[in-house]
Design a protein around this ligand. Structure first.
Ligand SMILES: CC(=O)N[C@H]1[C@@H](OP(=O)(O)OP(=O)(O)OC[C@H]2O[C@@H](n3ccc(=O)[nH]c3=O)[C@H](O)[C@@H]2O)O[C@H](CO)[C@@H](O)[C@@H]1O[C@H](C)C(=O)N[C@@H](C)C(=O)N[C@H](CCC(=O)O)C(=O)O
Ligand SMILES: Nc1ncnc2c1ncn2[C@@H]1O[C@H](COP(=O)(O)OP(=O)(O)OP(=O)(O)O)[C@@H](O)[C@H]1O
Ligand SMILES: N[C@H](CCC[C@H](N)C(=O)O)C(=O)O
Ligand SMILES: [Mg+2]
Length: 499
């Protein structure tokens, strides 16, 4: 792996000016750190106000580790003054330390793939980012995508956040650049946007998929959640960038106005009178044929993907690639090559009687409804679903997820999905409030086995919520668990190993 750690930089080179402490000093900054427990000598320590407390409390410890400078806000400075006798390093006091951190990290690492896109929206970010990378690859580019499933494509690495925090993000971008990656597509989570994690990235284009309920535990109101997402267009994407917008979502029109007000070019996607218009679709057991137009020019493509929403995601990826400079015809010529994104409507196993088992990452009410409704035209028989809801996450979505399952599937199994610190039975009870007739089977492997056992010829099973995940988080333990593997094991157990 390339060593992306740059030589030291002065505060000035990082765009920072000291306005407290030793204001005349401009030390060489050797690294940037947001956690006092990981601070090294020579680091810029960034003390931010967080969910659990103010990072200002930890300035005293960072200084003991010989941090060379501190970036914080007025409250952080007051806390430091209380805890430290003499502030003998430069302090940068900012109204928005997270924003300054993002730009400082960009200047510190100072490299990124030249062509970069980001996508936001409640659902579809990972899928769009992955399809964008696949299109670039098919056009012969050195490309990666990164987000919930880590870094994928010509460069791979694990990630702990969907949108990495600025230091991790810009270190990664420098590594990608050093490894010869010229094109990268990333996910912009609402947490990441709210916390300014990607404000230092130079984007050529940005996409908006949709806006429905999730993460109200963090954002509290729908408007705050929407504003966080809108920040991708009002703050991060520069005026010379292009916005690619799903107009079938009711909030697409709002994003379009915001993008136009900023002077950005707009490419619209939708089923009516858009730049890319999905005119018609024909679904079968293995995929779909899509008839669409690009600025009036009609084409068809065969996609080996299950679910009409996946065609929307593919078209959004095509829009992002076109917006980033590729010829539309070349882009559309690659679409038949799109492969399933891991854990997104992925065919995990097929029973001897022909009934398929799909694994999907639907973990919001809208995604559960969308995924189940999207499967209907592909199947002839009943639709069975296994789902749960995560612990330590938006509790108000649980009942709604249960209701979406009851309304759109014929048989429902409610099970566990990363209960984390919560009591798993209580989470299932909250889901069951939306689907009182469902089967309540806590053990996920057991629920999958029972769902698969229920499959008759022509039926299909959707195992929702964990997608590509490889663990079940119970308390602080992460037990190995993979829905795709469990589906194969269950089919083999029921139909015989040779099945
Ligand atoms: C709720 C949330 O997003 N929290 C993020 C936030 O933490 P925070 O600032 O609130 O941290 P805090 O615990 O209040 O501490 C305040 C400050 O004191 C510092 N500190 C704390 C303790 C100490 O001993 N020393 C010290 O210096 C902390 O580093 C922090 O800077 O800023 C941190 C640094 O950027 C993030 O790592 C952290 O992500 C936490 C771990 C997290 O789990 N975030 C999830 C919810 C998240 O971001 N998810 C989205 C995807 C969601 C989705 O779409 O599904 C993502 O992009 O991954
Ligand atoms: N365009 C879409 N509209 C509605 N639902 C979608 C769409 N695309 C994907 N989904 C549903 O959402 C699930 C998650 O998809 P994906 O992982 O691409 O979204 P995400 O936005 O990255 O999610 P996360 O917030 O976890 O990062 C899919 O498994 C599918 O059920
Ligand atoms: N990135 C999302 C994914 C949730 C997936 C689901 N398996 C869960 O644990 O709730 C989150 O952390 O909210
Ligand atoms: Mg994602």
């Amino acid at each position: 792996m390339a060593n992306a750690k740059p030589a030291g930089k002065s505060l000035l080179e990082m765009g920072l000016t000291a306005n407290a402490g030793m204001v005349d000093a401009d030390p060489q900054i050797l690294g940037i750190c947001v956690d006092s427990r990981k601070t090294n000598a020579g680091d810029l320590f960034v003390a931010m106000c967080g969910v659990n407390g103010h990072g200002g409390e930890f300035i005293q410890y960072a200084l003991r580790m010989d941090a060379a400078a501190v970036l914080t806000d007025a409250a952080g400075l007051e806390i430091a003054k209380r805890n430290v006798a003499k502030l003998d390093v430069p302090f940068i006091i900012s109204d928005d330390p997270r924003l300054d951190l993002a730009h400082a990290a960009a200047r510190f690492y100072a490299k990124q793939p030249a062509t970069m896109t980001a996508v936001t929206g409640t659902n579809g970010k990972t899928s769009v980012a992955n399809f964008t990378r696949q299109i670039w690859e098919n056009l012969g580019k050195q490309a990666t995508n990164f987000g919930t499933a880590g870094v994928e494509g010509a460069y791979t690495a694990p990630l702990s956040h969907t949108t990495p925090e600025p230091v991790t993000l810009h270190k990664l971008l420098a590594e990608l650049s050093d490894a010869g990656i010229t094109h990268a597509s990333m996910e912009a989570s609402s947490h990441g946007l709210d916390q300014r994690r990607l404000d230092g990235v130079y984007l050529t284009a940005a996409g908006f998929t949709n806006f429905t309920q999730d993460h109200l535990d963090y954002h509290e109101t729908f408007e705050a959640y929407f504003d966080a997402k809108a920040g991708l267009f009002t703050r991060v994407l520069p005026p010379e960038g292009s916005a690619v917008i799903n107009m079938d979502d009711p909030r697409g029109v709002d994003i379009k106005s915001l993008a136009e007000a900023r002077g950005q070019d707009v490419i619209t996607i939708g089923s009516n009178d858009c730049d890319i218009t999905i005119l018609n679709s024909r679904f079968d057991a293995t995929g779909q044929d899509v008839r669409f137009s690009w600025r009036g020019d009609v084409r068809t493509v065969r996609l080996s993907l299950i679910g009409g929403f996946q065609a929307q995601n593919v078209m959004m990826a095509a829009g992002l690639v076109i917006a980033s400079g590729e010829q539309a015809k070349d882009v559309f010529d690659t679409l038949a090559e799109m492969r399933t994104v891991s854990g997104r409507m992925e065919l995990a196993a097929t029973r001897q009687n022909g009934a398929p088992v799909f694994v999907d990452y639907a973990h919001t009410p809208d995604a559960v409804e969308t995924a189940l409704r999207a499967m209907r035209p592909h199947i002839m028989g009943r639709l069975i679903v296994v789902l749960g809801a995560g612990g330590d996450r938006d509790t108000s979505k649980r009942k709604l997820m249960g209701a979406a399952a009851a309304e759109n599937a014929d048989v429902v199994f409610v099970t566990d999905d990363n209960p984390r610190s919560e009591d798993p039975a209580s989470i299932r009870e909250m889901v069951m409030q939306g689907c009182p007739d469902a089967n309540n089977v806590g053990d996920r492997a057991q629920a999958i086995l029972r769902g698969i056992d229920a499959l008759q010829p022509g039926d299909a099973l959707l195992i929702a919520g964990k997608g590509h995940e490889t663990g079940q988080t119970i308390g602080n333990d992460v037990l190995p668990f993979n829905d795709v593997e469990q589906a194969s094991v269950a089919v083999a157990a029921l139909d015989g190993m040779g099945a």
